[in-house]
Every structure is written in structure tokens, then in C-alpha cells.
Design a protein around this ligand. Structure first.
Ligand code: HEM
Length: 226
């Protein structure tokens, strides 16, 4: 098994498996965050449940963080191996003729998403860890805020237009990354035979609708805070 994941095919399979996992995470992350637009009270309730459930905090969340780190590290290793495996360059490298711009730039859209995740963790995740694990406050309450604090904190993070701009740019990179990554992940698992067009269409829908939805959430809170 160790040998398999050190082979080039094994690495692609590992990359695809972690990609599936992250794509499912993104769907549930969107489903919860869109609640903040339609029903702040329900968003608060769900956030409090997610933030205080021990299964989510101590089992699912560590798996998720591992999945995120694994995907980035593996992505860098794959990119590096691809570059170094061809010591002598093709005399005439017509890469534009046989691969898409997106597929050749997965590493760069990935780096942009990594930069976003760092910013995003500074905005949401680190303060959350600080409140719960350093201050030991699991109440979900905040002085001067009616009900749970999560909706209020979310709105605060979208006040700054530069921050919102950075989020929007990152979500465009996310769309580019997914546009190639979605079908590529299925291809690495050998699932495309006979259904290539359908998969491509689902991939395009997922890759465009989801980032657009995230952009909508960010802009909505920027222009509608109270
Ligand atoms: C407008 C869009 C978004 C909003 C409002 C949002 C909101 C949040 C919030 C409130 C948390 C803190 C959860 C906690 O308490 O631990 C969080 C965590 C996180 N977000 Fe987002 N997010 C957005 C988009 C994204 C996107 C596009 C990605 C991935 C590319 C992402 C990846 C993560 C990850 C990995 C975590 C840490 C894991 C977790 O605790 O759930 N987020 N986000």
C-alpha cells in the first residue's frame, strides 16, 4: 500500500480522494453559510451545534484539517515531480494545443486558494479556537449581542471592502481550480468511461454555481449588515 501511494498513479488517486472529500465539505460549508442570508437565527443555531458538538470538533474537524493539508502537500509534490521528471524539455512544447490553461495552472489557482484559506482562518477559525480553547468559553454568547454571536461575527468580517474583494477574487480562483479538478478527480479514479459528457456538465455546474454562491454570501453581508 505504501508503495502504491509513492507511485505516480497512487499519488493521483490520493489527490482525487482528498479532492472528493473537500468537494463534499464545500457543499456542506455552503449549505450552512447560505442560511446566514435567509435565516440568521437558524444559522446561529446550526453554527452553535457545529461549534460545540464533540464529534464535529474532535473527530470531523481534525479529519477535515488533515484533508486540507494533505491535498496541498500532495499537490505540491505532484507538481514538483512532474517538473523534475522531464529533465530535457520538449524541443517544441505546444502545451496550449493539448491541455487547457486551467489544467496547466492548477498549482497557481491552488496557491491562491491556500492564501485565501490562511486569511479565512485568521478571520474565522483562529478567533473560534481562541474563544473555545484558550478562553474556555463554549457558551456561544458575546456581550452586547442578542442570542448567539456567530451571525454577528460573520457580518463583522464582511465590513471591510478590501477583505470582501480578496474573498471574491479567491472564489474566482476556486471556480477555475474546480473547473479542471472536478472531472480530473473522476478521471484519476477511472470513473469517466461512457459518461464523460454528463460528468463534465455536472462538473461545470458545481464549479460555477458554488463559487458564485460564496461570492453572493460575501457581497450580501457587505451590503446588508445591521
Ligand atoms: C462567503 C463564504 C464563506 C463564509 C461566510 C465562510 C464561513 C466560515 C466560518 C464561519 C468558519 C468557522 C467555522 C468554525 O467555527 O470552525 C469557516 C471555517 C472554514 N472555512 Fe469557510 N466560509 C466561506 C467560504 C469558504 C471557502 C470557499 C472555503 C474553501 C475553499 C472555506 C474553507 C473553510 C475551512 C477549511 C474552514 C475550517 C474548518 C471548519 O471549522 O469548518 N470557506 N468558514
Amino acid at each position: 500500500m505504501g508503495g502504491f501511494f509513492k507511485s505516480s498513479i497512487g499519488r493521483k488517486v490520493a489527490m482525487a480522494l482528498s479532492a472528493f472529500f473537500l468537494m463534499i465539505f464545500l457543499l456542506q460549508h455552503f449549505a450552512i453559510n447560505i442560511l446566514s442570508v435567509f435565516n440568521p437565527d437558524v444559522f446561529n443555531e446550526v453554527s452553535h451545534f457545529m461549534g460545540t458538538s464533540s464529534i464535529i470538533q474532535f473527530v470531523i474537524q481534525p479529519i477535515l484539517i488533515f484533508g486540507v493539508v494533505f491535498h496541498f502537500v500532495m499537490g505540491f509534490i505532484l507538481e514538483f515531480k512532474n517538473l523534475s521528471s522531464r529533465k530535457v524539455k520538449y524541443i517544441k512544447n505546444q502545451s496550449a494545443a493539448n491541455s487547457s490553461w486551467m489544467s496547466r495552472n492548477m498549482i497557481w489557482s491552488g496557491v491562491a486558494i491556500l492564501a485565501f484559506i490562511i486569511l479565512h482562518f485568521i478571520d474565522f477559525w483562529f478567533p473560534e479556537i481562541n474563544t473555545k480553547f484558550i478562553k474556555g468559553d463554549w457558551s456561544g454568547l458575546h456581550e452586547g449581542v442578542d442570542g448567539y454571536r456567530y451571525f454577528h461575527e460573520l457580518q463583522e468580517n464582511f465590513l471591510n471592502p478590501v477583505r470582501v474583494g480578496a474573498y471574491v477574487v479567491a472564489f474566482v480562483f476556486l471556480a477555475l481550480h474546480l473547473l479542471h479538478g472536478f472531472t480530473s478527480a473522476f478521471q484519476s479514479m477511472g470513473v469517466t468511461a461512457g459518461r464523460k459528457k454528463t460528468l463534465q456538465n455536472i462538473g461545470i455546474a458545481y464549479s460555477i454555481i458554488l463559487p458564485l454562491g460564496f461570492i453572493f454570501i460575501a457581497l450580501y453581508h457587505h451590503f446588508n449588515h445591521h
